[in-house]
Design a protein around this ligand. Sequence first.
Ligand code: GLU
Length: 282
Amino acid sequence: MKLRKVTAASAAVLALAVAATACGSSDNKDSGSSSSGGGGGKIKIGIKYDQPGLGLKKPDGSFSGFDVDVATYVAGKLGYKPSQIEWIETKSADRENALARGDVKFIAATYSITDERKQKVDFAGPYLLAHQDLLVKKDSDISKGTDLNGKKLCSVTGSTSAQNVHDTIAPKAQLKQYSGYSECIAALQNGAVDAVTTDDSILAGFAAQDKYKGQFKLAGLKLSNENYGIGVKKGDTATVNKINAALTAMVSDKSWQKAVVADFGPAGYKNEPAPKIGVIVK
Ligand code: GLU
């Protein structure tokens, strides 16, 4: 390559441009998988990295949680072994764009199916029904949504949780929006916010972490219905159909139930029964 002739500064610019292309338009052709149906190729799957019990990157670099188990099962049915999966972090606000760009083949990241999101992406599922709730300090007297008006509340940019606060739950709360829930939990612990709101499945996982044990409580409110779907690129009906078949098999061969026990059991999270494919609880 002619690279040696260019200055260090322009080489850096060139490297950036190459990197941007690599995670952008050039991936559009394969939409997150380097060969359809497995073989020796890789599949890129979007998950959360900071949500214990759902999608967590552990210190040793491995991944755990219900979304990870569901995604691994689905990838298996699409013809990919666990060793062929490349996990990509897809934060709440990045999910639609990651699919549109083709950064990932699909997303399993506590991703609620909504009419608004369906304008931009397609969904398989649902595969779990969760509910929006509040996490507060053990001695807090916040116990219902309206108690939040005037209080400092944390949620995540691009989530239904933040949207619902504005729309219905507590329009007068001082809502701080971070890019991930782990940042909200740290803010709750150090007193920067009075409460954190998102799905009960997520909050239960944080509350049960060793470093937070005994410090927080869930309000136990079902403030919304969050139907978790697997997001795919808009128009990729073939993949939606394959994923729906995989999710149906995961429930009928009991793998779904096994994953629920393994991933939610430690936090004591009482999940809803397996949803029916295509049935959204409003
Ligand atoms: N399930 C909700 C959503 O899709 C909240 C959790 C999240 O931000 O991933 O927005």
